[in-house]
Ligand binder design. Structure first.
Ligand code: GFB
Length: 320
């Protein structure tokens, strides 16, 4: 790692793969403050699940740095309902992009995973060493297996070819640009939308899936983007680094916080017919902190910013 950090980002062509997703948009916002050239490609120009298209695009565009934030993602129910999509699309995106990055001489690649790659009953907070030490959480095992394959492919390129490919594992994310669709969203976006609509309709009850007892750690997406830029410069090793916030709450508590932010004053009703998922997945972030990075957005402030973004993003598109 010694001779590869700091990696000089200045003047580099940086490809943000997945720039229309929540993470990709935050990366573009954050990289706009750096002296780099940002390169993006919409799905109509580049379908990352098609190998030939990916190779042709890399040959034409020659990025020097890649952040792989493109993925098929979704909340607990979408993950459990569409195992083929989550496994197959993510494997294709990863193999095509990482492989092309190597063949077209990308100097640095950052792959983004997820905290759900760790075993369901991993020790808490979860250290990086817990990877592949036990069975996965069944509701998202297909997504997790694809993400594990992606980070292992980065490690394999590093081991076999000396490529400077690294991986980061963010905890549950939320913020501007989130998916606000109730059938496929993650919990923070879903609760923001439900609380807002319940308030608008004058309803008294907010439905929360599951028992409300699972614990989740929430990271504001702009904090993740900041961590990514930090890691591009400062990290070059084969351990997939945890990126967390230390802000862990029970889902019931998150729901109360969201109600406060949105101004919904009714009651919570839990629906135990919906899955709880893993009981807890707080990340141990001591490695990242030792390098010199910490999350900075308090959960309440982040939720208020996410709610403001929800209002702006759905103003003209109420069905989003
Ligand atoms: O955010 P979420 O969908 O994903 O759900 P996971 C977190 C918790 O919130 C679960 C509860 O216990 C849900 O039952 N929850 C309560 C809700 N109300 C709602 C709601 O209206 N919508 C949603 N979506 N949840 C995902 C994985 O797991 O985490 C992905 O499936 C990915 O693969 C992501 O890793 C970070 O945290 O359970």
């Amino acid at each position: 790692m010694v001779d590869r950090v700091p990696f000089p980002l200045e003047g580099k062509r940086v490809f943000v793969a997945g720039h229309r997703g929540m993470v990709g948009k935050a990366l573009v916002r954050r990289l706009a403050r750096e002296p780099v050239e940002i390169v993006t490609a919409g799905r109509e120009e580049l379908d990352l699940t098609r190998q030939a298209e990916v190779e042709a695009w890399f040959e034409r565009n020659r990025p020097q740095v890649v952040i792989l934030a493109a993925a098929k993602v979704g909340g607990i129910l979408a993950n459990a309902s569409y195992p083929v999509h989550f496994l197959e699309q993510n494997l294709l995106i990863e193999v095509n992009t990482i492989r092309a990055a190597f063949h077209f001489g990308v100097e640095k690649l950052l792959f983004l995973g997820s905290s759900c790659i760790y075993p369901k009953h991993a020790p808490q907070p979860i250290p990086e060493e817990a990877l592949l030490t036990g069975p996965l959480e069944p509701t998202n095992q297909w997504y997790a297996i694809a993400k594990i394959a992606g980070l292992e492919l980065c490690r394999a390129y590093r081991r076999q070819h000396g490529a400077d490919f690294v991986a980061a594992m963010p905890t549950n994310l939320y913020g501007p640009g989130d998916n606000w669709d109730l059938a496929s969203s993650h919990v923070a976006a879903a609760l923001i939308r439900k609380a807002h609509e319940a308030k608008e309709r004058g309803e008294r009850v907010l439905e929360v899936w599951g028992t409300g007892t699972p614990l989740r750690e929430f990271l504001f997406v702009d904090d993740l983007a900041d961590a990514c830029v930090f890691l591009l410069r400062r990290y070059s090793d084969d351990i997939a680094l945890n990126v967390g916030s230390g802000q862990e709450v029970a889902i019931a508590e998150l729901a109360r916080l969201v109600c406060g932010v949105v101004g919904f004053e009714g009651e919570l009703r839990f629906d135990p017919t919906k899955p709880d998922g893993t009981p807890r997945k707080r990340l141990d972030t001591r490695r990242l902190e030792a390098l010199g990075w910490r999350a900075s957005t308090p959960l309440r402030e982040g939720l208020a910013r996410a709610y403001a973004a929800f209002l702006a993003e759905t103003r003209d598109r109420p069905s989003l």
